[in-house]
Design a protein. Structure first.
Length: 110
């Protein structure tokens, strides 16, 4: 089993090492080329903004939901299953922030 995984890893490394060489045509430079103005649609720009906002707000909303659940647990004395509840609240808050930003962007465009 270990020998098979080792062989697979070696083959993977060999094929991925040659990948950058095969992806360029002759005469094509490996230098960075900036994106053209119309290369991405407005929907893709909105999707990228939503992704950035969602994942960027996760640390802040995770801390806020963890602290609020801790306060609720201290005052009520209820034993809450904190990990799934915290993750659910965190994802919900981040999604709410993302949707609110999208709606505000649509309102601002009009």
């Amino acid at each position: 089993m270990t020998r098979g995984l080792g062989s697979l890893l070696i083959l993977l490394l060999l094929f991925t090492a040659a990948a950058p060489l095969s992806s360029t045509e002759q005469g094509e430079s490996l230098l960075y080329k900036p994106y053209a103005e119309a290369e991405f649609s407005a929907a893709l720009h909105d999707l990228r903004r939503a992704e950035t906002l969602f994942f960027g707000s996760l640390p802040i909303t995770f801390a806020a939901s963890s602290l609020s659940l801790l306060v609720i647990r201290q005052f009520t004395g209820q034993e809450l299953d904190s990990v799934p509840l915290t993750l659910g609240i965190t994802a919900g808050l981040s999604l709410s922030i993302t949707v609110a930003d999208y709606i505000l962007g649509i309102i601002e465009e009009d």
